[in-house]
Design a protein around this ligand. Structure first.
Ligand SMILES: [Zn+2]
Length: 221
């Protein structure tokens, strides 16, 4: 069994900063569970649970899901997991969520580390607008020259590569503006607890920095 010094890794960073990739790497190597608000919401809506139906109600109206509800969804997921090692990807997204998460972690005697995956907007723009995806197997192909490969067959499954519908400058700017509005108060709240890694490096190097920073050690017991 793998044991980590820290229970909860809270990854902060702009959309497109690479939090998802880092989360996958940490989960695969160190046995953390990924806690992604997006995933949890999709599952609950699909299951048609009471919380899921309530969330769908807000989404159908194009309204933001209230912090209390998002937090409750996340915590109910945490309670259901038989684990005390989590990586939070996309949560907390607001100051209110950050405060609620701290309350939950403290009440559960779980330690936490807050890491900002720091990437300037210009780099994110280049990254997101220069990628393609496969509608068949959902693989993402990131390369500055990838636009030239649009319509080419996916190397894994043969389906034609395409630009993701959300990968355009308007959607990106909207998401980044929302992020910028919310992240200030969150960083202020966490204060000296926030440590940063340079997210402009290749993902393997970001991961190395992250592992060092979190002092992750795995051992058999
Ligand atoms: Zn494919």
């Amino acid at each position: 069994m793998v044991s980590n010094l820290v229970n909860a890794v809270i990854l902060l960073g702009a959309p497109g900063a690479g939090k998802g990739t880092q989360t996958s790497l940490l989960c695969n190597e160190y046995g953390f569970f990924r806690v992604s608000t997006g995933d949890i919401i999709r599952v609950e809506v699909k299951l048609g649970s009471f919380l899921g139906k309530t969330v769908a109600h807000f989404q159908d109206k194009g309204q933001l899901v209230p912090d209390d509800l998002v937090s409750e969804l996340v915590f109910s997921r945490l309670r259901a997991l038989e684990s005390d090692s989590f990586v939070f990807d996309g949560f907390p997204r607001t100051l209110a969520q950050a405060i609620k998460l701290d309350e939950y972690l403290q009440a559960s005697s779980l330690s936490s580390s807050v890491v900002l995956v720091d990437v300037p907007f210009e780099s994110i723009r280049t990254r997101i607008l220069g990628r393609l995806y496969c509608p068949g197997c959902q693989s993402i192909f990131s390369s500055l020259a990838s636009a030239a490969y649009e319509g080419m067959p996916c190397p894994s499954c043969g389906v034609q590569l395409a630009v993701r519908p959300d990968d355009n400058i308007e959607v990106l700017k909207d998401r980044y503006d929302i992020y910028n509005r919310e992240i200030g108060p969150i960083l202020e709240y966490y204060g000296s607890r926030v440590r940063s890694v340079d997210g402009t490096q290749p993902s393997e190097m970001v991961y190395d920095s992250l592992v060092r920073l979190l002092e992750l050690k795995s051992f058999q017991c």
